[in-house]
Design a protein around this ligand. Sequence first.
Ligand SMILES: O=C(O)CCC(=O)C(=O)O
Ligand SMILES: [Fe+2]
Length: 276
Amino acid sequence: MKIEPLSDVLGAAVSGIDLGRPVAPEDKRALHDALADHLVLCIRGQDLEPPVFAEAARLFGPPKKYTTRRDRLDDAPEVSIVSNRPPSLEGKPLVQAKHWHTDDSYLAKPATLTLLLAKTLPDSGGDTEFINCYEVLDALPEVTRERIEGLRAVHKYRSRRNQSWVAKRSAEELAETPPVDHPLIRTHPKSGRQSLYINPNRIDHIDGWNEAESDALLDELYDFAFQPRFQYRHRYEAGDLIVWDNRCTMHRANADYDIDQLRVMHRVMLEGEVPV
Ligand SMILES: O=C(O)CCC(=O)C(=O)O
Ligand SMILES: [Fe+2]
């Protein structure tokens, strides 16, 4: 197994391993260490059917069943489909998740990791971009950091400030996800490092602040975090399996490609934990 950095910001490519087969304990340890160091891994050449993919994800932690029933698979309910032809739009093309976000932050326990397996790629483009949120917090001006110390943000499945298309959920599915609040500065339980924990799609407002003041602060934080110096753009090869840490990164699907071409990814999210 070989592990090589993909950029100075974050990301490492892993080759020479097949997650469809048992993984040696030393390789498992090396993968965990690499993820902690690089925040995003691209494991090359993975050809995994959904039940095998769900099983392989266990290498990193327990997978969870996806909430939106329509977008998950019957033979592997941990695997959801991220397609540019969402089932609820009856064949109409749409790039999902094209604005910066971290997965699941509208839940009390957002997924720790997400695994995304490239199944069908357009001829070119269809990239996923990432932000290193440790670096964002480290670079934040001291005055801003002091202002946000101790603040919490209210996250909602369908937030007032949401930008991306949000899949319709049944009343029963919505009832499973009431609004939650999370700290703006989050400490990673494994690295002990702090990062800026923001989600432009799901944060509705800063807890206890009025809308105008809250919007102003959020806009300032987002503008700062979106700077190219914190970003890595992943250009896919067939069989790429991307694993990212939602506790210290954001990501978005790049929409700058020929949407007439099909793009299908299989996704597994791992059980979450309360952000601290
Ligand atoms: O399709 C992508 O590139 C990213 C999709 C996404 O945001 C996700 O799977 O959580
Ligand atoms: Fe996502």
